[in-house]
Design a protein around this ligand. Sequence first.
Ligand SMILES: [Zn+2]
Length: 122
Amino acid sequence: MNADQAATLKARLEEDRRQILSGVNKLLEHSNDEFENDVPDINDEASRTYNRQVLLSLGEVDRQQLKQIDEALKLIEQNNGEYGICVDCEEKIPFARLKAAPYVRRCIKCKESLEESSRTEP
Ligand SMILES: [Zn+2]
């Protein structure tokens, strides 16, 4: 992955993250003024910590996604060149797939075989 591709994914991840957090902020605005000051500044890219109230307000899906986004951002920042390597077969994940879902950790083949093996019904 080159630097441009990494930057594209990073922007995409940060945008997704902003969207999740802005949904929470809207929720909190109407829930309890007491927590107003605890809501993270979503424009501050360095602020990656979330308080309990924010996390509680997130649905399970959003919380998982936020975690995946943060992990992906961390990995991209740590080593641009290595990002996008399948954790199972260590092949490069196609950039088109990453662009659609920047936080995927497996190539399509490995994801499918994982889903296949975790299927409990025949
Ligand atoms: Zn793979």
